[in-house]
Write a protein that binds this ligand. Structure first.
Ligand code: G6P
Length: 367
């Protein structure tokens, strides 16, 4: 049956709001609530033997991979090499025996990612595919299919597939850590508990839709927007910038907060809004210094943080968006919501074609 927009104005908006449901649905097949354990689909290779992981993807799926790199390295202590698919093959990557290559793709058909998958297969890697279309080419060619259960995604700019990819990758990283003896049973239970908190936290983030709609007119006139984030929120800054570019046609860049002083700071003036993604926590103070560097140059900040972070650094910002206080593991899922909604509402203000942005395709099947 054809997918309908229902009461939503755009598919993208509908898909943003579906996230609590589809993330819960996805987690259902990767964690067991009863004993708070991670449970993966049947794996017929030895996960403990994996010495190295290669992650390859494009676009939004690539940013999910960047977040996953943090998880595989911190949980399972397995080194991760990650690249965009169009660059990967042509740099003659070193692919040693015993490597696991993970391909992330909503469609399962992106030509560059598929070509990289085949290259890894020819070079002795075990192939895992995190895909949303279970009948896709990547799903068929993988040794291990890791489906996201986001349902059909119609909006060209990916939203719900991204948060479902994150849910799957977090579970896989935890599973590998358990198998490798790097994560205790208690830690596994803790990870599962936090993952299961994600749907409610996504709902809490969605509750700020009206605030975000109200501030969108402040961003819509900008020519350039800078997004800053640290640690696992750095890929989210890039995802935020990508979303804004894709649907509102405003030039945006995502940068690691600490790297701003090595370049982008030269761009800052009253006309360049700076969107800061910064949950409170150990790295928050450092981000506050970066915000001060922006303010000192007349830059206008939109701070996305929890109540604690906003209390500490919200004064003097152009706008703030309050997120629930969440465990760092699920922060990338939760902070995806405000950047998606911000791009969405800015595009609506500008009157662009949200679901079918110019020059872009839902699935890019040419290299
Ligand atoms: C296109 C879409 C993006 C998507 C990217 C990767 O550029 O417009 O939204 O992130 O392809 O697609 P995939 O299906 O491989 O995740």
């Amino acid at each position: 049956a054809a997918v309908e927009k229902g009461n939503y104005r755009h598919f993208m908006q509908k898909e943003i709001f579906e996230q609590p449901t589809v993330v819960a649905q996805t987690l259902n097949s990767y964690v067991r609530q009863a004993d708070e354990s991670v449970a993966l689909p049947q794996i017929d290779f030895d996960l403990t033997a994996i010495k190295r992981i290669t992650i390859v993807a494009c676009g939004t799926s690539f940013y999910a991979g960047m977040v996953a790199k943090y998880w595989f390295e911190t949980f399972a202590r397995v080194p991760v090499d990650i690249d965009v698919a169009s660059e990967f093959r042509y740099r003659e990557p070193v692919l040693e025996d015993g490597g696991l290559a993970i391909f992330i793709s909503q469609s399962g058909e992106t030509a560059d990612t598929l070509a990289a998958l085949r290259h890894c297969k020819e070079n002795g890697q075990t192939i895992a595919a995190v895909v949303n279309v279970p009948t896709s080419t990547m799903a068929r060619e993988a040794d291990l299919l890791l489906p996201t259960h986001a349902g059909p995604e119609i909006g060209v700019a990916s939203t719900k597939a991204f948060t479902c990819q994150l849910a799957v990758l977090a579970a896989v990283a935890a599973h590998m850590a358990v198998k490798k003896g790097k994560m205790s049973r208690e830690e596994e239970q803790e990870v599962v508990r936090h993952l299961l908190e994600a749907p409610a936290c996504l709902n809490a983030a969605l509750d700020h839709d009206d605030d975000i709609a109200a501030m969108a007119p402040l961003i819509a006139p900008a020519r350039d927007v800078l997004y800053l984030g640290r640690g696992q929120d750095y890929p989210l800054a890039m995802e935020g910038a990508l979303k804004l570019k894709e649907i509102s046609y405003i030039h945006a860049e995502g940068y690691a907060s600490g790297e701003m002083k090595h370049g982008p700071i030269a761009l800052i003036d009253e006309a360049v809004p700076v969107i800061v993604l910064a949950p409170s926590g150990p790295l928050f103070e450092k981000t506050v210094s970066n915000m001060q560097e922006v303010s000192a140059r007349g830059g206008k900040i939109v701070l996305i943080s929890d109540a604690e972070g906003l209390a500490e650094a919200g004064d003097g910002c152009l706008a703030t968006i309050e997120m629930p206080k969440v465990h760092p593991l699920i922060a990338p899922l939760v902070y995806a919501v405000p950047v998606q909604l911000l791009a969405y509402h800015v595009a609506v203000v500008k009157g662009t074609d949200v679901d079918q942005p110019r020059n872009l395709a839902k699935s890019v099947t040419v290299e």
